[in-house]
Design a protein around this ligand. Sequence first.
Ligand code: F6R
Length: 240
Amino acid sequence: MKVLVFKSYEELSKAAADMVAKQVKEKTNSILGLATGSSPVGMYKELVKMYKNGEVDFSKVVSYNLDEYCGLGADSDQSYRYFMQENLFNETNFKETFVPNGLAKDFNVECERYEKMMESAGYVDLQVLGIGGNAHIGFNEPADHFALNTQLVNLTKETIDANARFFASASDVPTKAITMGIGTIFKSKKIILVASGKGKQEAIFATVKGKITPNAPSSILQLHPDVTILIDEDAAGLIK
Ligand code: F6R
């Protein structure tokens, strides 16, 4: 695991965007795994800028997002599909983009469909992750085991409260989500994780130096052969 510490969120976002662009230049038909949330917003801004300057081309790139809230569709401005359209897809030229269907009739069937689709595609070349304050990745919350495949999960109160900032109130935050499993994420050839701010210090400690336990889901990344953690000095506070 490589850990890169940057002076500012802008610098880490630029470095993360450079890594994504390098991947796409080296393999034009790359499969990218993408995350939502505030952490990758700066990286997406940089990628849009690079695309508009002709520095990167996504026309052969396919993407799979990590997760989606149950009950929210593409036209709901809180959905992760909507977020991705706004922050990246509407501004670039991806060949195809996939996000779990938050309006599926049967969420378990949707999880199986999503996993199978990734399996037939050969899984992800480069996966982008954020991290929750409780060390969740995707929506794999602290648990007593590591989830293998894409699955339906109950969000913890901590995650609902943390994400309430994007909704009118905490009671509007969906309580269930579909997420790639830890096993799904682990099949990615390369992983980059972006995090900033003091609120992520403990989660970053657990990821880099903590005991490997499903109670801190990101700790399993210590066992993956190609992980780069990009953080600012605040997020790095406990690992220096
Ligand atoms: C989002 C996702 C989550 C977020 C995490 C951090 O697709 O998978 O794991 O990365 O909740 O969110 P922010 O970046 O908003 O702090």
